[in-house]
Write a protein of this length. Structure first.
Length: 456
């Protein structure tokens, strides 16, 4: 520890150079934890790569139960061909999750008694740092009004594309053909039939699943063209007994994406919180999200991350390379050279041609009666859910500046406690007690305070 403290001034000076160089990233600090999708018992994850009217949609399966019972029904704008449907590797979604998850970073205060000239070179980390699916055999059940537009197999999945004239007939067809559709589907299917949408229906081919060697179902990926930039979520509410979490990763050559039929708000971010949260970050972020969700009347989408894929700061994992981005559905990279870049953006760091937006929606029937509609924007400002731990200096503080620094800590700790209580709705007294146990509340005698006030 003493050796570490000896090198802290040098590390701080190096950080000063890195943090304030002309090509500076938005934040500096040491990444220590992330709030990824694993925090939630049931969190659906969807990746949408979209340019113009072309979309590649990747859906991670969070299905819990026997694979023989798995079935998914997704409204799609057109009849998909076999070459438009693929299976994707789960690790791609896992990496997108890790890359964009809200994160915890930490700083260590420098020695306030260090020589003045060294102090002038040290950064002053602050929570207020400025951010930057060949149609196959055609079948028809005339009594039900359901047409099988296409039927094929992809990987471990048997796929059919259906059109229907009325929702009751579609519900009966699905049940007759072995799809375990819960009661209540009829009413939710009606709006899609009225819109002349088709239905992408998948279930597991047990023989092919056994041959694959996979233990879990892989994500399904579909490609299509449509002027509608949307994600159907209402069918996901059929068998929901409580609120559900949905994390959407939108990849665009333009900039940040947003929800148009519900408000999109940023999660509270860039605040200093007590250092004991380092061991409770998962609980902290779940409480913060629930508090913000309730405050916004449970009917908004939260922006958790927005960044050009060429960089990150602090990096919870390396940005996806071109091959990984293509696996995630990005199809425009080969044409990246002739894409316009927002004015002034090239000067900061080179663009990857892919901007990622992470949106987190917690939804229920009464608060989210409509499917999610999106739009891409030219906004390229960087944002992340980021929470700061600021460790106090605990060495010798006998100098005048050291005594003054020490006397200021209790006020700083109290502000951190109140911030944490406000963000999470945790009990303030419990927070203060935990801060004392963790050694944050460095006691200062009344005479030290007096002498510091006098400047002695």
């Amino acid at each position: 520890m003493q050796l570490f403290r000896l090198f802290m001034p040098l590390i701080s000076a190096l950080l000063a150079v890195l943090c304030f160089a002309p090509t500076a990233w938005a934040f500096c600090g040491f990444y220590v934890a992330k709030a990824d999708a694993k925090l939630y018992n049931q969190a659906s994850q969807v990746v949408i790569a979209r340019d113009g009217n072309r979309t590649v949609l990747t859906m991670a399966n969070d299905f819990q139960g026997e694979v023989k019972d798995f079935a998914v029904v997704i409204p799609v704008p057109s009849v998909l061909k076999k070459e438009q449907v693929h299976v994707a590797e789960p690790k791609i979604i896992e990496k997108l999750d890790a890359f964009s998850a809200p994160r915890l970073v930490e700083y260590f205060d420098s020695d306030p008694c260090a020589p003045e000239q060294m102090m002038s070179r040290m950064p002053v980390p602050s929570a207020a740092v400025r951010m930057r699916g060949v149609a196959n055999e055609m079948e028809k059940d005339s009594s039900l009004g359901v047409t099988v537009e296409a039927k094929f197999n992809v990987g471990e999945y048997d796929i059919v594309i259906l059109s229907a004239k009325e929702s009751g007939g579609l519900e009966i067809w699905l049940n007759r053909n072995g799809y375990k559709i819960p009661k209540g589907a009829k009413e939710l299917l009606k709006p899609y039939i009225r819109s002349s949408m088709k239905f992408f229906v998948a279930k597991v081919n047990l023989d092919k699943f056994a041959e694959s060697g996979y233990q879990l179902l892989r994500p399904l990926q579909i490609s299509y063209e449509s002027p509608k930039f949307m994600l159907p979520i209402r069918l996901g509410m059929i068998n929901a007994t409580k609120e559900q979490d949905l994390i959407v990763y939108i990849l665009s050559p333009q900039g940040q994406a947003e929800i148009t039929n519900y408000r999109t708000v940023k999660v509270p971010s860039n605040m200093n919180i007590p250092v004991f949260v380092k061991n409770e970050f998962g609980d902290f972020y779940k409480s913060l999200f629930q508090t913000s969700y309730t405050k916004e009347d449970k009917k908004v989408g939260f922006l958790e991350y927005a960044w050009d894929m060429s960089s990150c700061d602090p990096c919870s994992t390396e940005p996806l390379n071109n091959e990984e981005l293509k696996q995630a559905g990005v199809f425009w990279l080969d044409n990246n050279s002739d894409r316009p870049i927002s004015p002034g953006f090239r000067s900061r760091f080179p663009s990857s041609g892919v901007f990622i937006t992470r949106l987190h929606v917690r939804y229920s029937r009464n608060k989210f009666p409509e499917d999610l509609m999106f739009q891409a924007t030219s906004q390229r400002e960087s944002f992340q859910g980021r929470y700061v731990l600021q460790h106090p200096f605990t060495g010798n503080l006998q100098c005048s500046a050291g005594k003054k620094y020490k006397s200021s800590l209790n006020q700083r700790f109290e502000k951190e406690a109140q911030t944490l209580a406000r963000l999470t709705n945790w009990n303030i007294q419990n927070i203060r007690q935990k801060m004392q146990f963790s050694g944050e509340n460095l006691s200062t005698s009344w005479w030290d305070n007096f002498l510091a006030w006098l400047g002695i």
